[in-house]
Each structure stands twice: as C-alpha cells, then as structure tokens.
Design a protein around this ligand. Structure first.
Ligand code: GTP
Length: 535
C-alpha cells in the first residue's frame, strides 16, 4: 500500500514539475493565481494593433545599402506587390536578388535583395520581409512609398518591431533592455555586457533563482495542505527553509556588486580636480582629443563642471573637468569649487592635477595641496604631476623635484592618516598612485591611460563570475524587495506558516518582475522611448 507520505511527496513532485497546478488541500488544481508561478510561460498580452508595419531599419542618411523591414500578416502581399516573382520563389530565410517595382506605377525602383522570414521564425514572430536596397534618399523614399500602397500597412512607431517580438514571446523584458543597451553601447565592454543580456544571461540567472524558490514554495504549500493529515516529518519543511536561506544569501551577494553593472552601462565617473592653473582643462582636452574646456593662463578659468565621454580600454568613462580648488571671495567661483568637491566625493576615480613647476618654487611642501584639497583625497585618487617639461628643462630643477616629490608624498600620507576621513586602513606611500606628465609635450599620456585602464579593470572586476552584472536600478529594486520578503518569510516561518508562505509568493513575484513586469505598459514606454523607428 502506498503510504500517505509517498502520496504527499508525489504531489509535491507534481506541483514542482508542473507549475500550472496548485494544491487546494484535496487536489492539485489548475493555477488561477498564475501571476505568481506562471508568468514566463504566458507573457502578458499587449493591445497592439496588428497592422503590418514597415520602416527603414538602417541608419538615416546616404549609405551604400539600406534595409527596410516589414512585419505583419501583409508582409507576403508587400513582397508580391514589389517583386515580380512567383510566391513559390519566396523561400524563407534565403536571400534572393530581385528588381523592386512600384505596385501602382509598375516602375522599377531599384535592384537589390530580399529575405522572407516566415512566422514564427522571425525577429518579431510574425511574417517579416527585409528589403536590402541602395541607400540613396530617393530609393528609400520610393520603396517606402511602394510599400505604403499595399493595403493594411503603416509606418512603425519607435521600438514597435521589438514590442511585437516581446508580445509574441520572442524576448522577455530583460532581453529587450539588453537589445536597447546594445544599440546604445559605445564601448567594447558595454557592447559585451549588453549582448550577453540580450542573449538571455540575465533571464537565465533569474529564471533559475525563481525556479528554486518555486520548488521550495511547492514543498511548503503542500505541507500546509497535507502536513497535519499526513503526519509528515517537519524535516521536509526545515530542508526547504534551509534552501531558501541559501537562495536569499545568493541574491544578497549578487546585490553587493558595488554598482559595477550600472557603472559599466552608464560609464564610470572620473573627476579631474586640483588647484587653479595646474593644467586640468589641458588634460581633459588631451584625453578627449578635442577642445572641450577653455585653457588659459588666468587662474580660475573653469567654473562649471565640463563633462566628456571617453572610451578607455573599452570601458566607458564620464570624465569631468572642474573649477580649481582654492579659497576665494568670488561667490560664483566658490559655487564651482563646491561642485568640484561634490563630484569628486561621488566619483569612481579622481585625478588630482598638480603643477610640478610651481611645487618646486614653493617653500612649504604642499602649498598647492592645501587642506581643502587634501580633504577630498581618497584611495581612488591618482596624483598627476603636470608641467614636467619645465622640470626637465634643467638638471637642477630635476634634482629639486626629486626631493620635493618625496616630501609631498610624505605630507599626503601624513594628512590622510591623521584625518582618516576616507580610508579604513593606515595609508602608506605605496598606496599613493602618481604619474608625471606634461600636457604641452604629451609626455606620459599613454602611461596615464594605461594606469587609468588598470584602475578601471579593478573597478569593474567580476567577483562572482557565475552571476550577471546588475545593469539597471529596476533589477536592484526587485531583488531588494525579494530579499525583504524572504526575510519576512524566515521571521514568520516558525510562528505562522501561512503568512510565511504568502511572503514566499511575494518574493517569487518580485523576481518575476525582472523578466515580466506587472507594470508592463509603463515600462515598455520607458524602454522603447529611446528606440529608433526601425527597431
Ligand atoms: N609648460 C606647461 N604649461 C602647461 C601645461 N599644461 C598646461 N599648461 C598651461 O597652464 C595654464 C593653465 O592651464 P589650464 O589647463 O587652463 O589649467 P586649469 O587647471 O584648467 O586652470 P583653471 O581653469 O584655472 O582651474 C595654461 O597657460 C596652459 O597652457 C604643461 O604641461 N606644461
């Protein structure tokens, strides 16, 4: 005879293997609360109009080749209208050469290539046709006009092709976001992370976590419904609790990524700071290879923060030139100094530019490095000794500089250790990162860039190779909600198993939000707002 325990265990298995079922105490029923466990099988349906849409998918402007994309039930009609070929020649996923005619005037527009993708094996999941034509304005205009003459077609909205791909279950939300990031990516590492996300790296990771939680919740649900009857060993519930603690800890350590994902997506912040006239604007111009900031011998020229985007070894960087830090009675300059300090505080790296030629002239070793400047130094500060061309002019200056530099470094170490404002351990001379450069002679700029690249590599270094980077605040919020629910689940676990189980469901729901949000329309609007028309 089958024991009640075996029946219970079989029910648990059934519940786990088929997430469409839940227990009502007697039977496993089809799940009506599908928003909890059934999201990924049934992506939310959007009320999209099902016209056939078309638009230029390649960039605007003159080009060798342009691609026009058509998606929807009329795609084949569009193809028949423009191409003088039999339907049997529309072999799916084959590139075919053809002349394209205007369906109304019968005039030949261009000779190019077309590809027919039969539903559901296309980007959108619908019938899709791509026309590869010559990229002249008139060719594009006349081809679009030809397509518009076919009934049931209209031009697409920004991101509408991708919306349809999402609607038809071809992509989930995080994959759509990955695609948006891929199109926006400007550096090697941004492209890499976006491509992986588009290919489902994030989805797989969260689906797995969600799956593990569902598995554990299934044991609990079954226990609630059958536990007392079946006189079960509470060991089973204890085991699932331990598994949930493990999942909670995995999510928590995934959350502690030091904002690496967001930084990689948006760019690391680097601030150039230092006293007036040290060469900060000259440095930003040199690094960006263009004149972004005004260079002048008048101290206090830069007032605002001047930002520019840089690609350093494939890492995106938002570098900012700031007002020279000094005491001033000028309120506008003071405002600039305050902004410089604030940006530096929140930056991933700071480049503190000092004028070496001035430093050797000064009696006290750190008159350029007054307390105001020293107070913003932290372990992410790299010291740049600029104007080395002047030092290198004479052996005497070089000799003085050798001694002066050691004195300066000693002073920095002393100050930082005394204030201990930004560091948690005793700071030594070897903790100070410094580079000697000349903006005028382009001296050691390559070395500085290598230095910066190494610092960025450390900043972005993956501690946990098996989990993807958290590229968006939205993911972080969903995970924090999930951890909070799991904490409440653990709190109620021994006193009220029903509340505990409710919290577990809420944790599962939070993770599901990453790939299939309940706020789907608002979110899609945000994501697609920046998409181009043909995507
Ligand atoms: N000899 C020499 N002069 C330099 C070098 N770098 C900058 N200068 C000069 O130093 C002066 C100040 O340069 P800026 O780049 O405007 O300095 P800044 O730190 O941005 O100055 P503020 O806007 O006042 O904060 C200019 O006359 C530059 O040409 C260098 O490497 N060698």
């Amino acid at each position: 005879m089958i024991s009640r325990l075996t029946i219970f265990q079989n029910l648990c298995k059934k519940c786990i293997n088929n997430k469409r079922y839940y227990s009502n105490g007697n039977n496993f029923l089809k799940n009506n609360t599908t928003n909890i466990v059934n999201r990924q099988e049934d992506p939310p349906k959007l009320s999209l109009e099902k016209d056939t849409i078309y638009s230029l998918a390649s960039g605007v402007g003159k080009s060798g080749v342009a691609v026009i994309r058509v998606s929807g039930s009329q795609s084949k009609e569009v193809l028949k209208g423009l191409v003088n070929k039999k339907e049997s020649e529309f072999k799916p996923r084959y590139a075919t050469i053809g002349t394209f005619f205007h369906p109304l005037t019968k005039e030949a527009i261009d000779k190019g290539m077309f590809i027919y993708f039969k539903s559901p094996h296309s980007f959108t999941g619908e019938d899709v046709v791509e026309f590869h034509i010559h990229g002249g304005r008139a060719v594009i205009h006349d081809t679009l006009d030809a397509i518009s003459s076919i009934g049931g077609t209209r031009t697409s909205q920004p991101g509408e092709f991708t919306k349809r791909a999402f609607d038809n279950g071809k992509m989930d939300l995080s994959e759509v976001e990955g695609l948006a990031d891929l199109i926006d990516s400007q550096t090697h590492h941004q492209r890499k992370i976006a491509f992986n996300q588009m290919q489902g790296s994030i989805s797989r990771f969260y689906y797995q976590l969600r799956e593990d939680l569902i598995r554990s919740s299934a044991y609990m649900e079954a226990y609630i419904d059958f536990g007392e009857d079946a006189e079960l060993d509470p060991e089973i519930v204890e085991q699932s609790k331990n598994r949930i603690i493990g999942i909670r800890d995995r999510i928590q350590s995934h959350l502690n990524d030091g904002k690496r994902g967001e930084r990689l997506r948006q760019g690391a912040q680097v601030t150039i700071l230092g006293p007036p006239n040290a060469g900060k604007s000259s440095l930003i111009n040199l690094l960006t290879n263009r004149k972004v900031s005004i260079v002048s011998p008048i101290p206090g020229t830069t007032r605002d923060i001047i930002e520019a985007m840089l690609d350093i070894g494939g890492y995106p960087v938002i570098i900012g030139d700031t007002a020279g830090i000094r005491q001033s009675s000028d309120t506008i300059e003071l405002e600039g100094v305050q902004m410089a300090k604030e940006r530096s505080e929140t930056s991933d790296l700071s480049l503190c530019v000092l004028d070496a030629s001035q430093l050797i002239e000064q009696q006290t070793s750190n008159s350029q490095l007054d307390n105001e400047l020293l107070n913003i130094i932290n372990s992410n500060t790299i010291f740049i000794f600029n104007k080395m061309d002047i030092i290198n002019e004479s052996p005497l200056k070089k000799e003085i500089w050798g001694r002066k530099k050691l004195e300066i470094l000693d002073n920095i170490v002393k100050h930082v250790n005394e204030t201990r404002k930004h560091i948690d351990k005793v700071y030594g001379k070897d903790s100070i990162q410094s580079v000697e450069i000349s903006c005028i002679d382009n001296m050691n700029i390559r070395q500085l860039l290598d230095y910066l690249q190494k610092s960025l590599e450390n900043l972005f270094e993956c501690q946990e190779q098996d989990s993807p980077l958290l590229t968006r605040m939205r993911y972080k919020e969903a995970l924090i909600n999930c951890v909070e629910s799991l904490d409440r689940y653990l709190y109620f676990h021994d006193s009220d198993i029903v509340i505990a189980s409710e919290e577990l469901r809420s944790a599962i729901k939070s993770i599901g939000e990453i790939t299939h949000s309940s706020n789907i329309d608002d979110l899609l609007d945000i994501i697609f707002k920046d998409f181009c028309i043909g995507k």
